[in-house]
Design a protein around this ligand. Structure first.
Ligand code: NCD
Length: 313
């Protein structure tokens, strides 16, 4: 084992913007190598999960990843109610305390930018596990890993992102990561009230990534490689009228699957409500449960990069 101090590839995981092509390939390679591993390489290290919003997959897969690498886990779910936030403590002060108890903090918060604020004050790595309608970079990394694993490449693919693209932090982060690949095309399929925000679209333009904006899923899927469906983020709407208009005609059912090429896959960060009919689950192109399982290996890779002795190439 190399013991000389090497610069870390990652100090925090706050945004998909941090990941260039080389770093993405490193994450994919390490996740492939660590899939199924159980060892003690993070023995003695402690991960705190600080979750101000609900989660099943993200929290449990991070915990499972840490335990599989020999580390330990402490945490609070429902941190809004069960932590000192309810007494008025700022996020910054909470982070200054939790860093005394843990070597890495996995934070889910309801405000965009919260993980970035935490990283400014933290002396331990902060991992953004979703910051309101902002970003969800670790989900996007597992999505990218899934595309690699299912289709063998990312370059040259046509990816259809669908559903609530305005509030859906996973779709926002995934669109950013996809700009790092050659020849990728994206279609954003949603009613106007929940279309992809201009910040992402202008970045695509700067990076010369071709994209289309439409509300017609049936038209978009005929030549796609990936359909990435998302839930309408009901909790983020202040106007019930807007929520009503957000549903549109973007449901995936058996009829829609007939239009999808045989090579294509259907993904979803989960949880699903009714935007994918359960009749689709038996179709081999339905990749969403395989996708969720990939979360463990990708989070093992990230924890190793943030906390491990070295960053194996
Ligand atoms: C997503 C999230 O929390 O942003 N879920 C997840 O982490 N897998 C998607 C969602 O809540 O719809």
């Amino acid at each position: 084992m190399v013991t000389t101090a090497q610069p870390r590839l990652l100090d925090h995981v706050v945004s998909a913007h941090q990941f260039d092509r080389d770093l993405l390939e490193h994450v994919v390679a390490r996740a492939s190598a660590l899939d199924g591993v159980r060892d003690r390489r993070l023995d003695g290290r402690i991960m705190a999960t600080l979750f101000y919003e609900p989660s099943t997959r993200t929290r449990l897969s991070f915990e499972s990843a840490m335990v599989r690498l020999g580390g330990s886990v402490i945490g609070t779910e429902a941190a809004r109610e069960f932590s000192s936030a309810i007494k008025g403590e700022t996020l910054e002060d909470t982070i200054r305390m939790v860093e005394a108890y843990a070597d890495v903090i996995v934070l889910r918060h309801d405000e965009a930018g919260a993980a970035g604020r935490a990283a400014v004050v933290a002396r331990v790595p902060i991992v953004n596990a979703g910051d309101g309608p902002g970003e969800h970079p670790t989900q996007a990394l597992l999505d990218l890993f899934t595309i690699h694993r299912e289709l063998g490449r990312v370059d040259g693919l046509h990816v259809v992102l669908c559903g609530d693209l305005r509030h859906g932090r996973t779709a926002r982060s995934l669109a950013l990561l996809l700009t790092r690949y050659e020849g990728v095309r994206m279609s954003f399929v949603a009613p106007a009230v929940v279309q992809m925000e201009p910040d992402i679209l202008s970045l695509l333009e700067t990076r010369r990534v071709p994209y289309t904006v439409t509300d017609n899923l049936r038209g978009a899927v005929t030549d796609c490689d990936v359909v990435y469906q998302t839930r309408i983020q009901k909790e983020r709407f202040t106007d019930p009228g807007e929520f009503g208009r957000a549903r549109g005609d973007t449901r995936i059912d058996a009829r829609l699957m007939e239009r999808l090429p045989q090579r294509a896959i259907v993904m979803h960060p989960l949880p699903r409500v009714d935007e994918i009919d359960p009749e689709v689950d038996a179709d081999p192109r339905a990749a969403y449960f395989r996708q969720a399982r990939n979360g463990v290996a990708v989070r093992m890779a990230l924890l190793e990069m943030l906390l491990g002795e070295t960053s194996p190439a």
